[in-house]
Write a new protein. Structure first.
Length: 414
């Protein structure tokens, strides 16, 4: 038997949750003025190297990279931002001087060590906003993520930080590198490497001994330039004015290299060690870095699988709301073709289940009940002769035998 690859899961049992999460996120994003963008799952490897960063684990260790049949170095996307930025530039939207807001969803690929909440293919819902310098846009993006989690009844903690800008980050980085060099012998191997490749990421190390050392590490918050300091203060004020609770995590850094200024993560206490349910921030340099005109940008993505355990299945909700739709079947084999035609008419207006096999009335009622249909409609020999249909409303228990055409007209409003 061929099974799915390690760390890759089919969406079958969780499909109702998956759909509920996506529909909720899409509804919320549309209210904030975002519209759909879809980009290819496969891109040139260079795109991810130049955006997410070669020194990041996501690219350095975890990419699904191969040479295609034409000899091109390609990778499955590990995240959505890079592809959206590539499309944004390719479509010359960077030259429009307008604001563009996109949402997307789909499969991402990271060759990580699989564990609960960490898969090799997983799904993100993300948004990217281009062209807005105002820190109100950062707040709007955070409010949108908050709205999605609130709509899904998910409890979270929001952590924010600022990663500074090209004015203040380089001098801070030098101080951090000096600090790491002074403690070099006591650092884990990963942090020794990060010291040379991506020093900021060291602050995020999960090693306890390293974290002890970093208690005294210099932090970017103490080295902000005037603009970064004032923007970060303004962001905190806006969040507070809008009832969005947050904590300033001075060691929050992101696993992708393209961020500047605002960085944030939504974390859940209820799902174990892989606790980040969404993450994002500002990336004002990325469009330029990928060959476009300088464009302000901010966005976030949430991990759909990460929140499965935190949301109710919509089925539970539906049962509370009651039954839905029509179930239609026949007792006599010769009526099956008619039944299928009626179902096709009904389906233009109403959810309809159709049974292709002739069955006794009791079996049809059982099927309709199992499918949570509101109406069970059955055509037997008597009904066929008299042009009628037998109906039972499974909510009220009421039975009737209306004329078929009138009933179809009434139910489809034709
Ligand atoms: P990220 O923090 O790498 O950010 O991923 C966003 C979310 O995807 C995480 O918070 C987590 O919920 C989920 N996730 C990540 N890796 C896995 C995995 N292996 N298995 C299951 N879920 C996972 C980004 O990807 C950025 N592109 C977000 C962004 C958009 N920043 C600006 N715009």
């Amino acid at each position: 038997m061929i099974t799915a690859l390690r760390g890759m899961k089919d969406i079958i049992d969780d499909a109702p949750k998956y759909q509920r999460i996506l529909n909720t996120a899409i509804d919320c994003a549309k209210r904030y003025g975002f519209s759909l963008i879809e980009t290819p799952i496969l891109e040139e490897t260079a795109l991810f190297k130049r955006s997410v960063g070669e020194s990041s684990d996501i690219i350095g260790k975890e990419s699904y990279q191969f040479i295609d049949k034409g000899g091109l170095d390609v990778s499955l996307r590990p995240e959505g931002t890079a592809g959206v930025v590539r499309a944004f530039i390719e479509k010359k939207l960077d030259r429009s001087n307008a604001t563009h807001r996109f949402f997307y969803h789909g499969a991402m690929f990271r060759y990580e060590r699989p564990q609960k909440g960490r898969h090799r293919t997983f799904h993100q819902f993300g948004v990217e906003s281009f062209g807005e310098k105002s820190v109100y846009e950062d707040a709007a993006i955070i409010a949108l993520a908050r709205d999605i989690f609130d709509s899904l009844d998910i409890a979270y903690n929001l952590e924010i930080n600022s990663l500074g800008c090209p004015n203040c980050m380089p001098s801070y980085k030098n101080k951090l590198v000096r600090f790491l060099e002074n403690h070099s012998t006591d650092l884990c191997d990963d942090c020794k490497r990060r010291k040379d490749t991506n020093p900021i990421r060291a602050l995020d190390c999960k090693n306890e001994a390293c974290q002890k050392i970093y208690q005294n590490a210099p932090l970017i918050a103490d080295y902000f330039c005037g603009e970064c300091k004032s923007d970060f203060e303004t962001l905190q004020t806006i969040l507070a004015h809008n009832g969005i609770k947050f904590a300033h995590n001075k060691k929050l850094v992101r696993g992708l290299d393209y961020y500047n200024k605002t960085a944030f993560e939504f974390v859940s206490k209820d799902i174990g060690t892989q606790s980040a349910i969404a993450g994002g921030g500002r990336y004002d340099k990325l469009v330029e870095q990928l060959g476009g005109k300088p464009t302000f940008a901010v966005g976030f993505a949430l991990g759909v699988e990460r929140i499965y355990d935190l949301v109710d299945s919509p089925k539970e909700g539906r049962e509370k709301e009651g039954r839905e739709g029509v179930y239609i079947g026949a007792i006599d084999p010769s009526a099956i073709d008619d039944v299928f035609q009626y179902a096709t008419r009904l389906r233009k207006k109403i959810k309809t289940f159709v049974e292709y096999e002739p069955k006794k009335l009791a079996a049809h009622l059982k099927n309709a009940d199992r499918l949570n249909a509101k109406i069970c409609a059955v055509i037997g020999e008597d009904e066929r002769k008299s042009g009628a249909i037998w109906i039972k409303n499974l909510e009220s228990g009421a039975e009737s035998k209306p004329q078929l055409n009138e009933w179809l007209k009434a139910i489809t409003n034709d």
